[in-house]
Design a protein. Structure first.
Ligand SMILES: Cc1cc2nc3c(=O)[nH]c(=O)nc-3n(C[C@H](O)[C@H](O)[C@H](O)COP(=O)(O)OP(=O)(O)OC[C@H]3O[C@@H](n4cnc5c(N)ncnc54)[C@H](O)[C@@H]3O)c2cc1C
Length: 367
């Protein structure tokens, strides 16, 4: 979209993560004009797939789970290829001094994977949306009054009837200047809400082959040794490309683990075959300013997730929360982001008279 100083839309959506993209898709289907303003040069947000010569590896979301009907429906709608997460084999248990084999795999659960990477969901939605998505466009200010709502961004400003905050609440209140300020209770709630997985470091280690499977291992492990606490197989269909991944939950100020730290730990757990990876990819989400405000808090108090105040629009019914943290169902997951988007869409589309204005109600025969 070519944004100009005079641009007007029914809904300005801040963030082209999965929540923002689903919101825009459903609003446009309902005849509501939208602009999606995304600060990065890519869509997807916490759906982040790393592309390398060896394959595609997810550094953000990896799985979806049985019962997540919204994700399943989106996969079906967009024809996204998927495969089952690898479960077969024994898991490992790692403590200081050594690792032992478990009987079976109590660590992994039945789940699905996006064969082209989780970003494929966002990329497919953005391709379909086309023009309304503006990359490299950071929203700095939302000014609202009874008569108008103005969204100021990198390239100018946009007037809108509604604004959808499809970014984590603590980041929204840290990086966007609301004029007038949001009510204290809402500002404090958003500040106190932690970003889902915002203090995690995710490491993906790529190998020539899934050697652990030859030994009857699942590639899963629980570790009480720094840095990775939980490990899983991240290989593609039939083990190709071959990869393991793990999470390191890190407190504020803790150093990002190095490639050396991670490979040493994998050798302790899986043996000397783990010593020669093709590639090690490390993503410390604490350092990603597009997801997490400075000084990210650990994911402990989750009582702010799905808070009733997020279910209601603010600013006279025109400022809507839509990130996964605000979702009434499955907050934190992709499923939650889609649920939060649906809530914002419902609130905006039931305000149709306000969107079209008293003099421009859609007439019979309009499309
Ligand atoms: C390491 C990790 C592992 C995960 N694993 C899973 C998993 O296996 N399964 C699962 O279901 N979920 C998982 N999740 C969670 C999942 O990724 C999120 O639920 C989902 O991607 C959130 O989508 P969202 O659209 O709500 O927010 P985001 O993806 O955070 O999107 C927000 C967007 O807003 C943009 N933005 C920020 N500030 C501004 C601004 N001022 N102006 C304009 N744009 C802005 C950002 O660049 C971003 O694109 C994981 C997350 C992480 C980090």
């Amino acid at each position: 979209m070519r944004l100009s100083a005079t641009s007007h839309v029914d809904a300005a959506i801040v963030g082209a993560g999965i929540a923002g993209l689903v919101t825009a898709t459903r609003l446009i289907e309902a005849g509501v004009s939208c602009a999606v303003l995304e600060s990065q040069d890519r869509v997807g947000g916490r759906l982040l797939t790393h592309y390398s010569s060896a394959g595609r590896f997810d550094l953000g979301a990896t799985w979806y789970w049985p019962g997540e009907t919204r994700v399943a429906a989106l996969i079906e709608e967009l024809q996204i290829p998927t495969h089952a997460h690898h479960l077969a084999g024994d898991a490992m248990y790692h403590v200081p001094g050594g690792a032992q084999r478990m009987d079976g795999n109590p660590i992994d659960v039945v789940s699905g994977r996006f064969s082209d990477g989780a970003s494929s969901l966002a990329e497919r939605l953005a391709d379909r949306l086309g023009d309304p998505v503006s990359l490299r466009t950071t929203v700095h200010e939302v000014a609202y009054s009874e008569s108008e709502l103005k969204v100021t961004h990198t390239h100018g400003s946009l007037s809108a009837r509604h604004v959808v905050l499809a970014l984590p609440p603590p980041l929204a209140v840290h990086s966007i200047d609301f004029r007038p300020p949001l009510p204290d209770h809402l500002h404090d709630l958003a500040t106190a809400t932690s970003v889902w997985m915002g203090t995690a470091t995710k490491a993906v280690v790529v190998y020539r082959e899934a050697f652990w499977r030859h030994d009857g291992l699942a590639g899963a492990a629980v570790s009480h040794v720094w840095p990775l606490r939980e490990l899983h197989d991240m290989s593609g269909v039939n083990g190709d490309p071959a990869a393991l991944f793990g999470f390191a939950p890190l407190g504020p100020g803790a150093p990002t683990p190095t490639e050396h730290d991670i490979v040493n730990q994998l050798v302790e757990i899986f043996g000397s075959d783990a010593a020669a990876p093709l590639e090690v990819i490390i993503k410390d989400w604490r350092l990603d300013g597009h997801a997490v405000p400075p000084g990210a808090r650990p994911l402990t108090p989750m009582e702010t997730y799905a808070h009733p105040r997020y279910q209601e629009p603010a600013g006279d019914g025109r400022i809507h929360w839509a990130s996964t943290e605000t979702a009434p169902d499955a907050p934190g997951h992709i499923e939650g982001a889609i649920a939060a988007a649906a809530r914002a869409v419902k609130a905006i589309t039931t305000d149709r008279s306000a969107i079209y204005g008293a003099t421009s109600q859609p007439q019979q025969g309009d499309h």
